[in-house]
Design a protein. Structure first.
Length: 195
């Protein structure tokens, strides 16, 4: 966040509409790439809006809202990633590419479906259940099997979020980077670290 018109961090910057800018970048980069990752600091609602308005973006890594998405949602085949604010967490996204299509599913979805399928198979094997209930379980089982078949051969991702502890906060290299940044761009009313 800038501290006003005179904020030295604004020197040389041209601030444009993010939707228009993203659309232009996707038009320019799309033919040259297989995957477009947008880095955003607009807020989670604005990231969702971008995902809905602009085709061609595959992953949005966003911030600002402090929304913690350990299990990111997918909007129109676009993954939207967010973690809590103030550097409290580090996140890692692993993509597994099984084909050249830039659409993904969350591996947690598959694991959940497989777990539910196992439970249903166990219930169906039960001799105690009434036939009407078994018929419902059979329909649910078939529905899950169909959903699992639709995931076969598709790209998937895992998202791992880890809390950052005191050891990172006190790391001398990180502290040096923070102090260097603060010395270049001191916030109004705060003193610059002298270390």
């Amino acid at each position: 966040m800038f501290l006003g018109l005179s904020d030295p961090r604004k020197k040389g910057l041209i601030i444009r509409d993010p939707v228009e800018t993203a659309q232009e970048m996707v038009r320019e980069l799309g033919p040259q790439t297989d995957l477009i990752i947008l880095l955003s600091h607009l807020s989670y609602p604005k990231d969702v809006e971008l995902a809905q308005k602009i085709s061609g973006i595959h992953i949005i890594v966003g911030g600002h809202s402090g929304v913690h998405l350990s299990d990111p949602l997918i909007f129109k085949d676009r993954i939207i990633l967010q973690t809590s604010s103030k550097g409290m967490y580090a996140a890692r996204l692993d993509l597994t590419l099984l084909n050249n299509k830039a659409s993904f599913y969350n591996i947690r979805t598959k694991r959940s479906l497989e777990s539910n399928l196992n439970k249903l198979q166990f219930q169906l094997a039960s001799v105690q259940a009434p036939e009407a209930e078994k018929a419902q379980w059979q329909k649910a089982k078939e529905s899950i099997e169909k959903a699992l078949q639709q995931l076969e051969g598709k790209n998937y991702f895992t998202n791992t979020i880890s809390p950052l502890g005191q050891q990172v906060e006190d790391h001398p290299d990180i502290k040096k980077m923070i102090d260097t940044y603060n010395s270049k761009f001191p916030e109004t009313g705060k003193s610059v670290s002298q270390k």
